[in-house]
Design a protein around this ligand. Structure first.
Ligand code: GLN
Length: 195
């Protein structure tokens, strides 16, 4: 059984844990460096990136997570999690930091307020087959994709909402809410491949 973690400082931890468990993984909440050391991959949930950033520093997790990313641990970040994986952040609050790892520039709250949340059908060529039903809730947009990263999905107007770089996967919407399992499966496949 694959043992993976969900960063459990803030955000929709339970939804991710439930989906990962449905896919057959053993799921551990990660709040401390010792817990991070026991998992083969990490999901960073949606929530509020400013809070996840602050708490990760308070709990001494920022450096261990950065090190794990540099060492090639597979990570899936959704929404606030995508922000946390971005090398460059626009419209963060004063002093906001990210873990980094993805060679992208990401704009926080790029779709406006909570009331402007929306859903869309996204074509994800890597998945073939059915489009992805995506829920956007105050999500970020990847405004620039550097040479090390690749685009997995974009809205019809061209705005990039899913990117990948090695074993890092960042998406600005919420598959854990819409019951879309393919991103999490892709993440678990990467964890399995690393052994
Ligand atoms: N606006 C949030 C942030 O800045 C992200 C929203 C979400 O994760 N649903 O972190």
């Amino acid at each position: 059984t694959l043992r993976v973690g969900v960063l459990a400082l803030q955000g929709d931890v339970r939804e991710h844990a439930a989906l990962l468990a449905e896919l057959g993984a053993e799921v551990a909440p990660v709040r401390r460096p010792e817990e991070l050391a026991t998992v083969g991959g990490l999901v960073i949930p949606g929530g509020e990136s400013t809070v996840i950033d602050k708490l990760s520093r308070t709990f001494g997790l920022q450096e261990p997570i950065r090190t794990a990313i540099a060492d090639g641990m597979p990570v899936l970040g959704t929404c606030a999690g995508l922000i946390m994986l971005s090398n460059t952040l626009v419209d963060g609050i004063e002093g906001q930091e990210t873990f980094g790892g993805l060679d992208v520039l990401t704009r926080r709250n790029a779709f406006g307020r909570q009331t402007e949340s929306f859903e869309a059908e996204l074509d994800v060529p890597e998945f073939g087959g059915d489009p992805v039903h995506a829920a956007f809730i105050r999500g970020p947009v990847v405004e620039s994709v550097g040479p090390a990263a690749t685009t997995l999905a974009a809205l019809p107007d061209g705005r990039v909402v899913a990117v990948e770089q090695g074993d890092l996967l960042g998406i600005s919407f919420h598959p854990e809410i819409s019951g879309e399992p393919r991103f999490h499966q892709r993440f678990l496949d990467r964890v399995a491949a690393r052994g």
